[in-house]
Design a protein around this ligand. Structure first.
Ligand code: GLU
Length: 481
């Protein structure tokens, strides 16, 4: 069975790159009907951020990336929070010492600092690598603080095959005797994730490509224990576009890169998931770019993952999001809007009609207030706004005539719905020998005070109602006269 995991460190917000890792990891297991595990990697106690684990869990819940095992839901391999598994790591680290692939290191902080100052590029000088058994015994007995380090081979090479990047080889001489257990009794990430992935039966390790070159150290640990190595699926880098056209690692300066910031800006979780699924993967044969999570589950395959860096395009995400919003049913759209609309909508406004007009005209929900502002309050506008080449309107007397006629017709209309208004105004074309477009242009400017609006003149009047429409036409007439 395919078993994957998402193993975030709770160090802050949920970066969109982390979410992509979670998604791909989820899809790889679910494509095969396998298991997806959430594991919280919190052994770096200095980087912990309060509340970060909750953000991780709620993000997975909102996006539908349900885990089969993990904190809260439990499972056969718990606990799923590394700080609660401390004893397990120490036991395995000692086993590795016995096997000769790790050793106790008693070097003091001061010594290591000195070492670092002397040679900032080099790492540890293997000072404790060959202490005698007696020396080690004595130091342990007298309580000298220690760390446990991995004993790297000094010669030869280590190779593994990544499912995306292919064969990766490192010279063993370049591998540091890295720390596995720290002086505070916590394991390092380098060690803990190996033990956990093994114990949890993880078959595919899916993560960012920043781990590509440290993985030789990890496969050596598997080999040292005599465990079968997992499959590695390292994901391509996520880049952001810079102002000068170049690209660099996706970060805050490119825009909102946290899932929560995007949600707060009115992006829909489904749109985000759909878009990020395509950042580094593409389906083999597909006419469309739109996929639900279920469709992704059945389509996703590792051989569709690319190793070239993927560029996060905010414009494209916005477009995706707009498409998702436009397809919402009205009731769902209204429900989602509630959190975003700060405007007090007066009673004379036909709110349902307003929202259905806006639905197909926003790309993210945070645009709602701006887009609806002119319905609520007529903006200041200049009478020159009525001039329009396409509709051949170049003198204000024509506008005055249209508005005067429109006013007298509209005064007699009781039901201010789009169709009724449209048929009521239709005879004006013949009467004034003008095209519908030109007549509607004049009325639309008068009732909106804007050159471009969501909806045409009659739709806008349906939203703002009879009294307000007539008042706006009156004020246009006054402005021009
Ligand atoms: N805790 C690591 C991180 O957040 C996980 C890396 C991995 O998936 O192995 O980067």
């Amino acid at each position: 069975m395919t078993v994957t995991r998402f193993a975030p460190s709770p160090t802050g917000y949920m970066h969109i790159g982390n979410l992509r890792t979670a998604l791909y990891s989820y899809l790889i297991s679910k494509h095969d009907g396998g298991k997806f595990i959430l594991r919280i990697e919190d052994t770096d106690r200095e980087r912990l951020v309060e509340g970060a684990t909750d953000i991780i869990k709620s993000t997975l819940a909102i996006t539908g990336l349900t885990y089969d095992e993990g904190p809260d839901v439990g499972g056969d391999h718990g606990p799923y929070v590394q700080s609660e598994r401390k004893e397990i790591y120490m036991e395995y680290a000692k086993k590795l010492v016995e096997l000769g692939h790790a050793y106790y290191c008693f070097c003091s902080k001061e010594r290591l600092e000195e070492l670092h100052n002397e040679d900032a590029t080099g790492g540890y000088d293997r000072h404790c690598r060959d202490l005698s058994a007696e020396e080690i015994e004595a130091k342990l007995a007298s309580g000298v603080p220690f760390v446990i380090r991995q004993r790297m081979p000094l010669e030869g090479t280590t190779t593994y095959t990544d499912c995306v990047f292919g064969e990766i080889t490192m010279n063993n001489s370049e591998l540091q005797d890295q720390i596995l257990m720290k002086a505070d009794g916590y394991p390092t990430y380098n060690f803990a994730h190996i033990v956990d992935d093994y114990l949890m039966g993880v078959t595919h390790v899916v993560r960012g490509s920043e781990y590509l070159t440290s993985t030789p150290k990890y496969v050596l640990l598997y080999d040292a224990f005599g465990w079968e190595r997992p499959n590695y699926v390292h994901l391509p880098l996520l880049m952001g576009k810079n102002a000068d056209g170049s690209v660099s690692k996706l970060s805050k300066r490119h825009g909102a890169v946290s899932f929560q910031d995007l949600i707060d800006d009115g992006y829909l979780p489904e749109a985000i998931i759909n878009y990020i699924a395509l950042l580094g993967w593409c389906p083999k044969q597909s006419e469309t770019e739109f996929f639900t999570l279920d469709e992704l589950k059945s389509l996703f395959s590792i051989d569709g993952v690319s190793k070239s860096p993927a560029v996060f395009d905010f414009e494209k995400l916005l477009w995706f999001n707009g498409e998702y919003i436009h397809k919402l049913d009205d009731a769902e759209f209204t429900r989602l809007c509630a959190r975003f609309i700060k405007t007090d909508i007066p009673a004379h406004i036909n709110k349902d009609k307003l929202l259905s007009l806006l639905k197909t005209r926003v790309s993210k929900l945070s645009e709602l207030d701006d887009k609806m502002a002119f319905f609520i309050t007529l903006p200041e506008y200049d009478k020159e706004l009525f001039f329009n080449k396409k509709n051949k309107i170049s003198d204000l007397s024509t506008v005055l005539t249209v508005l005067g006629e429109a006013k007298s017709i509209l005064t007699g209309v009781d039901s201010f719905d789009n169709d009724t208004l449209f048929s009521a105004l239709a005879p004006l074309c013949e009467k004034l020998s003008m095209k519908t477009g030109a007549i509607m242009w004049c009325i639309r400017i008068a009732v909106s005070g804007m050159a471009a609006t969501p909806g045409g003149a009659t739709e806008i009047m349906e939203v703002i109602g009879k009294d307000e429409s007539l008042a706006r036409i009156d004020s246009a007439i006054a402005k021009i006269s």
